[in-house]
Ligand binder design. Sequence first.
Ligand SMILES: Cc1cc2nc3c(=O)[nH]c(=O)nc-3n(C[C@H](O)[C@H](O)[C@H](O)COP(=O)(O)O)c2cc1C
Length: 176
Amino acid sequence: MKALPLGEVYQLLEPGPVVLLTTSRQGHRNVMTMSWHMMVEFTPPLVACVVSVADFSHAALRATKECVIAIPDVELAHKVVGIGNCSGADTDKFAAFELTPLPAEAVAAPLIAECFANLECKVVNTRLVKSHNLFILEVVKAWRDPAHKAPKTIHHQGFGRFVVDGDIIQVPSRMP
Ligand SMILES: Cc1cc2nc3c(=O)[nH]c(=O)nc-3n(C[C@H](O)[C@H](O)[C@H](O)COP(=O)(O)O)c2cc1C
């Protein structure tokens, strides 16, 4: 074993898949890239996610308490990185990256037509926002595009390097 710089630890533990998070505040829609998220409950589905205070999306999420988690496949990798390298403060990213917004059912934030799944979310807990930028989201409505038969998600390893979903194996397990 060789010592690993602590700043590189996240590259081993990033859970992925990399997702896009949309918000809409006072009619201003936006989208950012996010890889720091994890499930915390099955039903209702709860997701913990880190949205930095430095992100334009942070204030919108805090104010509106809703968002959409849109899940892109590998075909969108270049756009995903581009979206994560510019800010909604000065860019209409839906226009710049040619994404098609679709109306959601339960939230004002838009779905993204090009993504194979879209999760409408409400913020249900902000206790760790101040200290860690960590929001707990409840998924209140979920959509999947049947046209995407076997989408390959991308998993971030830092600085634009990704692992693409590979083989599926099945091992007997009682755990869901
Ligand atoms: C692959 C990738 C993953 C990212 N993951 C996160 C994340 O989990 N949380 C976060 O706050 N920012 C993350 N970012 C950075 C934001 O997407 C980036 O700061 C973006 O410009 C914010 O957009 P906004 O200012 O329009 O909200 C990631 C960027 C990339 C490229």
